[in-house]
Design a binder for this molecule. Structure first.
Ligand SMILES: *Cc1c(COP(=O)(O)O)cnc(C)c1O
Length: 226
């Protein structure tokens, strides 16, 4: 696997307006350095402690994205430096992020994660739950978080039409929320969808952030969702 060449190749195929999140979970810092040498600056991790350890030893102009499920008790490990949290799936978690961000005098950008796959195991909100969050009295009082878009993970399947339908559904949710709750707020603009096997479809359906691991760094030791 030539990580540097993979990065350069994939980045060259992305249309304007689509950013690459290089998913480096489980991979050592040396692999991130190779990607960095290829010009990559945005990296995605799914474990807060692992991300914090890598942040310590790697260049400070890296933008760190937390893409995996986040437990409230672990927000503290990343609150001082994380650029974007893709996986907000409850008001309680958003409140916790707000609280930890306040300690560092920061405002942390976040995405609402939606459950779009057919597998019951994948996490994320329903539209109903998200709207309850947005309409709550608590949400507008949170001054140290900013919602900038939505994220979703499609079903792990060979059925490309199904994947496309799920991405289209997420796009519809994104547009609905933007028009209903974020009218006039240009910062609500991110649609995080697409991984190694399906990012071409995600881009066709409007993705602005593709999260790619395997196609850059090679296979991990375990199944892809974690
Ligand atoms: C691991 C992971 C990815 C990257 O998956 P690949 O198939 O290796 O590209 C993307 N998004 C999330 C949420 C992940 O956990």
């Amino acid at each position: 696997m030539n990580i540097r060449e993979n990065i350069i190749h994939i980045a060259s195929t992305l249309p304007a307006g689509v950013r690459l999140v290089a998913v480096s979970k489980t991979k050592p810092a040396a692999c991130i350095e190779e990607a960095y040498a290829g010009g990559q600056r945005v990296f995605g991790e799914n474990r807060p402690q692992e991300m914090a350890a890598k942040y310590q030893v790697l260049p400070k102009d890296i933008e760190w994205h937390l893409i995996g499920q986040l437990q409230e008790k672990n927000v503290k490990y990343i609150a001082s430096f994380v650029s974007l949290i893709h996986s907000v799936d409850s008001l309680r978690l958003l409140e916790k992020i707000d609280k930890e961000a306040a300690k560092h005098d920061r405002r942390i950008d976040c995405l609402l994660e939606f459950h779009i796959a057919e597998e019951a195991t994948k996490s994320g909100l329903t539209l109903e739950e998200a709207e309850a969050l947005l309409r709550s009295d608590i949400y507008p009082a949170l001054k140290h978080v900013r919602l900038v878009g939505v994220m979703g993970i499609a079903t792990y399947t060979d059925d490309r039409e199904q994947i496309r339908r799920e991405f289209r559904h997420l796009h519809d949710i994104f547009v609905h929320l933007r028009e209903t709750y974020f009218a006039g707020e240009d910062s609500f603009k991110e649609l995080s969808m697409g991984m190694s096997g399906d990012y071409d479809l995600a881009i066709e359906e409007g993705s602005t952030l593709v999260r790619i691991g395997t196609a850059i760094f090679g296979e991990r030791e375990y199944h892809k969702t974690n």
